[in-house]
Design a protein around this ligand. Structure first.
Ligand SMILES: [Zn+2]
Length: 370
């Protein structure tokens, strides 16, 4: 009898809506403004669902629903789901604030160090929710909500998701001026307003390399990784041009270079293959003066990935040789190596690679302008 009562109580607790924690930043029926430079509006409340468009900072939106940190919004001619963290109350918005200064009232300024490698970020508080990204030892997160063993966090890159609380380590003190956390990154250089061309290798009738153990097609990996890279770059204020964004597209090499137009940099994304047991990433450049500095910056960030870096190398590839932009071709792992293949198939790896490439670009522009 007592046990039955306990079960009933537990069931009742589980059914409590999430807003009972009183920590939600937005409420259904409220008026808000976009509090970040470029806010992706998605088809669903899920970081991997299709992007319908972008809203610029200060755009007025109405929220009709809220769930797990996502807000169903309409405004600026778009309807869809956006990360609630990037919305600020219409009355409070000065218009000039960005997510980096964190206008959200319910969060503290306390950052926590992540303790665990490749910790998954999910769209909701539990393993049944989809994986939307990952964080790893040394990354910092800001916690806004707790539910059971799960915490809703925002990363330094501005991504919001749920992670297991056991991987949240000690607090990191942040000066009130925001000397660390997100702004530490921007001091390395800015991607704001930069136009980056991303070239997902192969496509259409050309699958590229085929994985040894799981028949993974290179063209699928290059496209998914490139989309994650595009999202990462847009989140940092850059504009992006993709030389293809569909599986069935196969632009000619010359078209890939032409499509990049007057971008500030060109990144071609590939996965490698070799007859031996080779493993890890490799960054190719063609021109020592024009391309190698960018290759070097990206390679030094790729060293932080779970697969080893094999450094930078000269590569006589059309998309590099015939390119007037600073251009690199990154090989992010060997599909001929079973261990590499398993690793690179995971979106967590691809997201880490995307982040590393974005960091490298950011450092490159920082060095150029200083
Ligand atoms: Zn390739």
């Amino acid at each position: 009898m007592f046990r039955k009562l306990l079960l009933l109580l537990l069931a009742a607790l589980l059914m409590l809506p999430i807003w009972h924690t009183g920590q939600e930043a937005v409420a259904a029926g409220g008026s808000y403004k976009v509090g970040t430079k470029s806010l992706p509006v998605r088809a669903d409340a899920d970081g991997e669902s299709a992007i319908k468009g972008y809203l610029s900072q200060g755009t007025a939106v109405q929220v009709s629903e809220e769930k797990y940190g996502w807000a169903k919004i309409s405004g600026g001619g778009l309807k869809g789901w956006a990360a609630a963290h990037f919305l600020v109350a219409a009355s409070a918005a000065s218009g000039g604030k960005t997510v980096n200064t964190d206008v959200k009232s319910s969060t503290t300024d306390t950052w926590n160090e992540v303790s665990g490698s490749g910790v998954r970020l999910r769209s909701g508080p539990g393993v049944s929710y989809s994986v939307i990204g990952s964080v790893t030892t040394g990354d910092r997160v800001k916690r806004s909500q707790k539910k059971g063993d799960w915490s809703r966090v925002t990363t330094e890159g501005g991504q919001t998701g749920w992670m297991s609380s056991k991987y949240i380590g000690g607090e990191v003190s942040v000066s009130s001026g925001g000397g660390s956390g997100p702004s530490a990154r921007s001091s390395r250089g800015s991607l704001q307003g930069r136009l980056i061309a991303i070239d997902p290798g192969h496509g259409g009738s050309d699958p590229g390399m085929i994985g040894k153990a799981h028949d993974t097609e290179e063209k699928d990996l290059t496209l998914s990784t490139s989309k994650l890279l595009a999202e990462e770059l847009r989140g940092r204020g850059a504009k992006v041009v993709l030389t293809r964004d569909k599986d069935d597209e196969k632009p000619a090499l010359s078209d890939r270079v032409r499509l990049a137009g007057s971008a500030d940099a060109f990144v071609s994304v590939h996965y490698n293959s070799a007859p031996n047991k080779a493993s890890g990433s490799l960054v190719f450049y063609y021109s020592k003066s024009k391309d190698a500095p960018l290759a070097q910056e990206i390679e030094s960030e790729l060293r932080g990935l779970s697969l080893r870096s094999n450094g930078i190398a000269f590569g006589d590839y059309h998309v590099l040789r015939e390119n007037s932009l600073p251009a690199v071709l990154v090989e992010l792992g060997f599909l001929s190596n079973e261990k590499d293949e398993l690793e690179v198939r995971a979106s967590a790896y691809q997201r880490s690679a995307a982040k590393a490439i974005a960091d490298g670009l950011q450092n490159y522009f920082g060095r150029k302008s200083s």
